[in-house]
Design a protein around this ligand. Sequence first.
Ligand SMILES: C[S@@+](CC[C@H](N)C(=O)[O-])C[C@H]1O[C@@H](n2cnc3c(N)ncnc32)[C@H](O)[C@@H]1O
Length: 187
Amino acid sequence: MGTLSYIKNFIRDRQVASITPTSRFTINRVCAHIDFGRDIRIVEFGPADGVFTRVILEKLSPASEIIAIETNRNFADSLGGFNDDRLTVVNKSAEDVRQILDSKNWNKADYIISGIPFSFLNEELKHRILKDSADLLADEGRFLGYQTSSHLKPYLSEHFSSVDTEMEYLNLPPMCIYVAGSQQARR
Ligand SMILES: C[S@@+](CC[C@H](N)C(=O)[O-])C[C@H]1O[C@@H](n2cnc3c(N)ncnc32)[C@H](O)[C@@H]1O
C-alpha cells in the first residue's frame, strides 16, 4: 500500500500518473467541501488504493454511498478489501460514469471527486467526462478535482458556472484543488 504500491503500478501503467499518494492535507482540504452531515452519494474517479476513499468512509453517514471508478485492475482489486457495504468499486474508466450510475439506479450524485490525470486525455474525452459529470451532479452538487497544475480550470469553466481553485502546498508536488458547481451556463 502507499508509495510502494503506486511505484509498482506506475511502472506498468502510466495512467496511474503518480508515484506517491495524495497528502492528508490535500485530502482534508477537499473533504472540507463535502457536507458529511447528511446522507449523500459520492462518485470517486481514480481512487488508486483508496487514500481518499478510506477517509471518506470514516466520515460518511451509514445511509450514504460511494462508487469508486478505477481503471487499474490491481488498485480496483485492492479496494475490494475495504469490505464496506456503502462502497462499490468499478474497474472501468471515468468515461463510463453515465452507464455506471445508470446500472446502480442513481439519477444524480452529490459530489464527484476526481484525481484522474486529465492532462493525459484528448480534448474530446476531457470535455465528455466533464460534461457527463456536470449532468450527473445534483443541483447543489460539486465536482471536486485535484491536479498538479491549474490546467483544468478553463475546461471546467465550460461546463460549470462556478469554478474556484485553491492550492495545497503540503503535498508533493503541490496540488491545485478545483471546486466546481452549479448547473447553469453549461455547453
Ligand atoms: C494521480 S493517481 C490519484 C490516486 C489517488 N486518488 C490519490 O489521491 O493518491 C490517478 C488514479 O486515477 C486512475 N485513473 C487514470 N485514468 C483513469 C480513468 N480514466 N478513469 C478512472 N481512473 C483512472 C489511475 O489508475 C490512478 O489510480
